[in-house]
Each structure stands twice: as C-alpha cells, then as structure tokens.
Design a protein. Structure first.
Length: 135
C-alpha cells in the first residue's frame, strides 16, 4: 500500500475536523497511524498543514503564546490584525497558550506564518543591531 503524502493526510484531517470537530478518539487514531507508520516527526508539519487548509476554507485559528493570559483588548487586536491578513475568513479564533518561557510579549502563529513580538525576540534584535559590524 502506498504511503499517503503529508499534504493529502492533512487535507483529509482538515476536512473531517472542520465538519465535525476534533474528538479525542479521532486524535488517538491519527496518533496511532503516525506511530505505526513511523511518522511522528511529521506531527508539527502536519498540524501546520491542517491549519493552512482550515484558513484556506475560511476558518482561521490564531495561536498566541504568552506568559500571561491575554487581555480582551489584546485578543481583540489580534483578531483585527488577522482579519487584515484573512479578509475572506468566515471565522477567526484566538487560542491563548500559556508559556512562562515567553517572559513578556506574545508569539503569534497563524497557519504557516509566525510573528514573534516577545521580549526575548526584541532583545535579540537589539543585540544584533548593536553588534552588527563589530566583528
């Protein structure tokens, strides 16, 4: 039997979950398939592909990693900015992900795009700018 491409697999998962949601049983079936086929390393890429398929069908999920819960104002601003990127979207959902390693600011992931507005990213950029040309 031929191995399903990651793109085809993601499309199938996206179609099914868009219609009926993600059940624990279905997630376990996907995990079992990936383990059986020795494809667990593809999980992150597969999830990104599913998010891209959802976004292409008008359902955008924004993951916002931050050290603290997002305020309503911040969540609203994320939706406003995502609407500019996905003007045809039927639905934009912001999912906050608590991650103490972020320290401050927020890391935003949408489909296959990422915007890092964390304190660490800003400090790293500042460091790059101040040390450029000094080597």
């Amino acid at each position: 039997m031929a191995r399903a491409s990651r793109t085809r697999l993601a499309g199938s998962i996206a179609d099914r979950t868009l219609k009926s949601g993600v059940s624990k049983q279905y997630a376990q079936q996907i995990a079992a398939y990936l383990m059986t086929e020795k494809r667990t390393r593809e999980l992150d890429s597969l999830l990104r592909d599913v998010a891209v398929d959802w976004a292409n069908k008008g359902y955008v999920e924004v993951l916002a990693r931050s050290a603290y819960p997002l305020s309503k104002e911040t969540e609203h601003e994320i939706v406003v900015q995502a609407t500019k990127l996905f003007s045809d979207a039927e639905s934009i959902t912001v999912t906050g992900v608590h991650d103490p390693s972020v320290i401050g600011g927020v890391e935003i992931s949408v489909a296959n795009q990422r915007l890092d507005l964390s304190v660490e990213a800003k400090l790293n950029k500042f460091k790059q700018l101040t040390t450029a040309g000094k080597e």
